[in-house]
Design a protein around this ligand. Structure first.
Ligand code: ATP
Length: 447
């Protein structure tokens, strides 16, 4: 029998009220195995640009890479289309599923570039359709078919550079929407045993368990880590207190900063394109309602606002202590300008590169008795309340105060990190080697 390689990308099946595209992938893992397909990679869960306006939650797209008998290719496609159709929330207005079948061994450069652009920016349907036509790939869209963009991007991101793994477990359907039941102490223990090779299990500032999502979707919990072995081991340590219907290990771009692209000048910043940019703090930060911090940075090309929102925890605290003149590198997604706010970088990270001297201005002290003088009004000099003397010619004294900040990298707390944000524990763990298809471990999914 002749084996054919097939990359199956799909996206946009869920809505805020129902479903999860990773669950469709998990169902397909079982169904495709039954058809005799061999997986040439773990299912890929690719997070695309977290700032696009069309996303439901985490802008995740999926790709299954298989080899199967030429004679079952038709059946495979049918099974995939049925699974998407049956599990997508098609009645929901913003759900527009798309499926891409790419029947080549190697992924062409244009498709890889398309994927990079979908992760770091905004891409257009017409570009996706042109690429599909050029490589004679098949695509199927439901409703507007917008999910074809994500499907093709998932095919194109082959995760040859840095990548991580996530084991995702799914609930029995009768429990959807109910509070998730899992023994919290077992998660804390698992974290202690497997970190830093697993990450973002527990929020260090609040102690909150982060592996369980909070919506009505079918996920019970997901554990992220550096290898399939470590996420499997971590999964075996966690005690669910409700049935687990199935689980799968995904290979992902979680925690890799793949979305952030450096701009040379602040004037190059565009709405929806996540950036890394450098600039000088233009004025001391302001606190706006709900305790968010706003400050602006500038360079020779322009000026842009940066926001550290309250849930960013430590990052917000650091941002509040910046002063005009500090030199910083900021990382984050771009919020377009709105009626009451200019274009703003929503901070994910901040690197404090140079601290400006911080000055405070005090009234002078009395040359006779040493007591701090009282001002007599603008440009009118000072008066001593103790000895009654007046000093019309004295002026304020400048005092340099010690800064409470240290240079270095500050990252939003794990509870508010984006899927793509590289957490501090991953620095130095980045994978540079390409992934080999012979490496799939035994028992990477159930059933
Ligand atoms: P979840 O993470 O819960 O699975 P989601 O947040 O992935 O959901 P989707 O329902 O997949 O959201 O919707 C995202 C839509 O935006 C998809 O149709 C996808 O094709 C499209 N899209 C994703 N990234 C881009 C991009 N960079 N440019 C243009 N369109 C995009």
């Amino acid at each position: 029998m002749a084996l054919q390689q097939l990359h199956i990308g799909f996206d946009d099946t869920d809505s805020p009220r129902k479903g999860c595209t990773t669950y469709v992938a998990a169902l397909l893992v079982e169904k495709l195995h039954k058809l005799g397909a061999q997986f040439t990679d773990y299912p890929n869960l690719i997070r695309l640009n977290p700032n696009v306006p069309w996303k439901t939650r985490g802008n995740g797209a999926l790709c299954l890479r298989i080899k199967c008998d030429e004679n079952v290719v038709g059946k495979v496609k049918e099974v995939v289309i049925d699974a998407v159709e049956e599990n997508a929330d098609l009645e929901y207005k913003g759900t527009d599923p798309g499926i891409v079948f790419f029947a080549r061994v190697k992924i062409p450069k244009e498709v890889k570039t398309f994927a990079k652009n979908a992760i770091t920016g905004v891409v257009e349907m017409k570009t996706a359709l042109k690429i599909l036509k050029r490589f004679k790939a098949e695509a199927l869209g439901f409703k507007s078919g917008r999910g074809i963009i994500g499907g093709l991007a998932a095919v194109g991101e082959t995760l040859q550079g840095d990548h991580t793994f996530e084991i995702i477990t799914y609930r029995a359907p009768e429990n959807y929407g109910l509070k998730r039941k899992i023994e919290e102490a077992s998660v804390v223990e698992m974290d202690k045993t497997t970190a830093p090779h697993t990450f973002n299990n527990v929020d260090p500032e609040t102690g909150r368990i982060l592996i369980t999502p909070r919506g009505p979707d079918p996920i019970l919990f997901g554990i992220r880590g550096e290898s399939p072995e470590v996420v499997k081991k971590a999964f075996e340590m966690v005690k669910p207190l409700e049935p687990v219907e199935r689980w799968v290990i995904f290979r992902t771009n979680h925690g890799t900063d793949a979305h952030l692209k450096r701009v040379k000048q602040l004037s190059q910043i565009k709405p929806y394109y996540p950036v890394v940019a450098k600039g000088t703090v233009a004025a001391n930060p302001k606190i706006i309602p709900r305790r968010h911090i706003i400050f602006s940075i500038e360079d020779e090309s322009g000026c842009v606002d940066c926001a550290a929102y309250a849930p960013t925890g430590n990052l917000r605290k650091v941002a509040s202590k910046l002063v005009a003149g500090d030199y910083v590198e900021v990382y984050g997604g771009i919020r377009p300008p709105s009626r009451n706010r200019p274009l703003t970088i929503n901070l994910e990270k901040l690197r404090l590169l140079k601290l400006a001297p911080q000055m405070v201005y005090h009234n002078p002290t009395c040359p006779q008795c040493g007591k701090r003088l009282k001002s007599m009004g603008r440009s009118k000099g000072y008066r001593c309340e103790k000895c009654g003397q007046r000093f019309p010619n004295l002026s304020k004294v400048v005092v340099k105060i010690k800064r409470k900040l240290k240079r270095g990298l500050y990252i939003t707390s794990p509870r508010s990190q984006r899927h793509l944000t590289k957490p501090l524990v991953r620095y130095g763990m980045e994978k540079r080697q390409s992934f080999s298809v012979n490496e799939l471990m035994d028992g990477w999914h159930f059933p």
